[in-house]
Design a protein around this ligand. Structure first.
Ligand SMILES: [Zn+2]
Length: 279
């Protein structure tokens, strides 16, 4: 072994050691994983890791894309997310602190009363339909649509925002975890990302005509209260394809698109990923 070779191996060893301990300002970097140190509640978070890394978050093994990126998301009430990383002999926990936000209160009246205080038969339907939605959200495919920048699924007035605490027909309701875009019935609704239709339902009590698209790695988008649906389950769509039209089906007081972005069951804030909003 010559002198230069020895020096090079030593440098590589030092670099490998640093990779396990180095922390950059504003970014976590451990065992070759790069992640933001903090992110606001509702964020979709994209990280990077070395090839062959094993990444586990809340008991779930994360997929690593061919470009070595991975994705997860923090719902509205999450305070921190810790990723366990194993890469060769390097082992580390990388934590992203989730910054709390304050939420608005919105008063909504005129909602069909059977969706606010449903009778037992309707309640049963709501539960069964909720299970179908949960199943679609649980899907984990190898699709890479999540790597694209999102496009607006419809053009209109923002009539409801993520996180608001809603008083519906005088009753406190669960938080609103999507973005409402109000526009006339029939306004085109587009796929926000490329993906595959994982759920199509023409008549759900709460959400009316309902679509869920799977974009891979647990990222999915939801389009509800539609007046028409132009795609079928299993169909591949490209970002920007027409998938339906705005309506007011389900628990709704006027024509609008309720749009959600999710990582599995974690509901994320579309305003943080759509271009040009609150940036
Ligand atoms: Zn909504």
């Amino acid at each position: 072994m010559n002198y230069y070779y020895q020096k090079m191996t030593l440098a590589l060893r030092v670099m490998a050691l640093l990779a396990c301990t180095q922390v950059n300002a504003g970014t976590n970097a451990s065992c070759g994983v790069s992640l933001p140190k903090q992110a606001p509640a509702g964020s979709l978070i994209i990280g990077r890791a070395n090839a062959g890394s094993v990444l586990t978050l809340a008991g779930r093994k994360l997929q690593l894309a061919p470009d070595l990126r991975f994705v997860f998301g923090a719902g509205p009430d999450v305070r921190q997310m810790t990723l366990a990383v194993r890469a060769n002999s390097c082992k580390a926990n990388v934590t992203v602190m989730i910054t709390p936000r304050t939420w608005k209160t919105e008063i909504v009246n005129g909602v069909p009363q059977n969706t606010v205080t449903p009778d037992p038969a309707t309640q049963k339907r709501i539960q069964a339909e909720g299970a179908l939605i949960s199943k679609a959200r649980a899907l984990e495919s190898a699709g890479l649509g999540w790597q694209q920048p999102l496009i607006w699924p419809a053009i209109g007035r923002i009539s409801g925002i993520y996180g608001s605490r809603r008083i519906i027909n005088g009753q406190p309701s669960s938080p609103h975890l999507g973005l409402d875009i109000a526009a006339p019935t029939g306004t085109i609704v587009k796929a926000a990302l490329s993906g595959k239709v994982s759920l199509r339902h023409d008549d759900m009590v709460m959400t009316g005509k309902t679509l869920i698209l799977d974009h891979g790695f647990g990222i999915n988008t939801v389009y509800i209260h539609l007046s028409q649906i132009n795609v079928i389950e299993g169909q591949e769509v490209s970002a920007g394809d027409k998938i339906g039209a705005i309506g007011t089906s389900g628990r709704s007081t006027g024509p609008h698109l309720h749009f959600q972005v999710q990582w599995f069951q974690e509901k994320l804030d579309p305003a943080l990923v759509l271009p040009g909003l609150f940036k």
